[in-house]
Design a protein around this ligand. Structure first.
Ligand SMILES: Nc1nc2c(c(=O)[nH]1)N[C@H]1C(S)=C(S)[C@@H](COP(=O)(O)O)O[C@H]1N2
Ligand SMILES: [Mo]
Length: 506
């Protein structure tokens, strides 16, 4: 006897639900990231070709990961329904597909660098639950020759199915609760205030033109741009965290959170920028970072001659490579940061600890959730984005952006105040100019400089008649370099070109 089509499809889908929920429950006991669904998603991100990744970020922005998870869910539901349909006669075809799914989950969890062998229990339990539920539902749905009365098999199937739904919901919710009970947020809350021994100079008045449409000088933590490959924010408790410094050093070192936090902390005001920031883009923000000098750690370990690269690894396996001279440069002030704007680092920004090195794009300098620093050469290790076409050396390029008016805005004709930001970290912004409709360049008024590692805001007054106008801006840094008009894309080492917007005066 063949199962009815809808019953067969439902067998597949319910087995999937049970498998994912059981995996999530076990992951809650061990490590959230062992959840097979999340592990497969993370694996997919790492395997995605760069072009597709760029497309996803461009199209979906910060929703890119949500779209991936939803897309995966859709594919899984469709495939498991098909697997169920393929099993209308015999339980085997579906059971094989479910087992294959399970194997993919096991491989994805095994591939995660932040998980131990115990984490494999989650996808293993997931596989067993999926297969068991599929077989049980299939058996319940099969009409038995003896019970001639119609509806018996249907009732058995529905009862079993309802049991699976309730059990899965409980397992899923339970896994989530377990994960939450020992999560990093509680650990972060328990850290308390991080008080620097050397605070950053207070930010004086006149460092932004927020009233004219620029961002505030310091970026509040919730508004600080976020860029990383992590599908779910790594959950690292300060108590569990440690940092290893090794490789081409005289003495290998290991530090606990308490070791770092008990040192005299310094605070520095730094503007970070992502290499993926398009001209006019928003991947740039400023904060007071609290931590210790990276050079202190490296000197304690004793960097050996011939060392070229500081290869930093995150708990999620992501890596960055910083030129050793920049990492050792005390004047540059690279940090192992624990805090940001007076608080422990937010989880999304790397709690318990991250690197921040002024003047270099984040992908070569700003590893979040950092747990390992290896002093090495360029040949011995290749960091995450280097294998994907991005450059080895990545100083932040001098850039400027128009924040007001927004492109295609309509304003009253007459005097218009154009405003924006400019940055040239570790060199300093010397000048910003604006130009209307290819006319002459005109100097903008700059905000007060806080330090050469931070952005500066600017505004300029222009007078325009009714009509559509184009405005461009360009910055000149303290080395005398003026931003080139030549447009290059973000790959391999940062975009160039002038930010230009159009607006209409009425
Ligand atoms: N673990 C980890 N750290 C990471 C990344 C990442 O993908 N994973 N991305 C880097 C990049 S490309 C940038 S620009 C900065 C962004 O830091 P933020 O998210 O705190 O702004 O983090 C860096 N550190
Ligand atoms: Mo970045």
């Amino acid at each position: 006897m063949r199962l009815r089509a809808w019953v067969a499809a439902l067998c597949g889908v319910l087995a999937l639900v049970a498998a994912l929920a059981a995996g999530h429950l076990v992951a809650g006991l061990i490590a959230v990231n062992a959840s097979p669904y999340l592990a497969v998603g993370n694996g997919a991100i790492d395997l995605t070709p760069v072009e597709l990744k760029d497309f996803a970020v461009r199209t979906f922005g910060t929703y890119d990961k949500l779209v991936l998870l939803a897309g995966m869910a859709l594919v899984l539901v469709v495939v498991s329904a098909l697997a169920g349909l393929a099993s209308r006669r015999s339980v085997w075809p579906g059971a094989v597909v479910i087992t294959l799914f399970g194997v993919v989950g096991i491989v994805a969890v095994a591939a995660r660098p932040d998980l131990g062998a115990a984490a494999l229990l989650a996808p293993l339990v997931s596989l067993i639950a999926g297969a068991a539920v599929f077989v049980a539902l299939h058996r319940a749905a099969r009409p038995r020759a003896v019970s001639a009365a119609t509806g018996t098999s249907r009732r058995a199937f529905l009862t079993t199915g309802a049991g699976v739904v309730v059990g899965s919901a409980l397992a899923g919710v339970g896994g989530q609760a377990l994960a939450g009970s020992k999560n990093a947020a509680a650990s972060r809350a328990a850290v308390g205030p991080l008080v620097p021994a050397r605070t950053a100079p207070a930010i004086p008045a006149g460092t932004d033109f927020a009233g004219l449409g620029t961002p505030s000088f310091l970026t509040p933590n919730p508004e600080f741009y976020r860029v990383d490959t992590a599908l779910t924010v790594p959950q690292v408790r300060a108590e569990d965290w440690s940092l290893r410094v090794h490789g081409m050093v005289g003495r290998e070192k290991r530090y606990s959170y308490q070791d770092i936090r008990d040192r005299p902390l310094v605070e520095r005001t730094i503007t970070m920028t992502c290499v993926s920031n398009e001209v006019g883009g928003a991947y740039v923000s400023t904060a007071n970072f609290i931590g210790i000098d990276l050079a202190d750690l490296l000197e304690e370990a004793g960097v050996q001659p011939g060392a070229e690269q500081l290869f930093a690894t995150s708990v999620d396996g992501w890596t960055s490579g910083t030129p050793v001279p920049a990492a050792l440069d005390r004047e540059r002030g690279g940090m192992l940061a624990l805090g940001m704007n007076g608080e422990p680092l937010p989880l999304e920004h790397g709690f318990p600890a991250r690197l921040v090195i002024p003047g270099l794009y984040g992908y070569v300098s700003a590893t979040k959730w950092v747990t390992d620093l290896e002093v090495t050469t360029w040949r011995a290790r290749r960091a995450y984005w280097l294998n994907r076409g991005w450059g080895e050396q990545a100083p932040i390029k001098t850039q400027s952006r128009i924040d007001f008016p927004k492109g295609f805005a309509t304003l009253p004709a007459g005097t218009v105040r154009i405003s924006g930001v400019a940055w040239a970290q570790h060199t300093g912004v010397a000048r910003v100019e604006v130009r209307v409709n290819n006319g002459p360049w005109q100097d903008a008024t700059l905000s007060r400089e806080v330090n050469v590692d931070t952005w500066r805001m600017w505004y300029a007054e222009i007078t325009v008649p009714a009509g559509t106008h184009q405005v461009s801006c360009r910055a000149t840094d303290r080395s005398g370099y003026t931003q080139t008009q030549e447009r290059v894309g973000t790959v391999p080492d940062g975009a160039t070109g002038w930010h230009t917007i159009s607006f209409t005066a009425k």
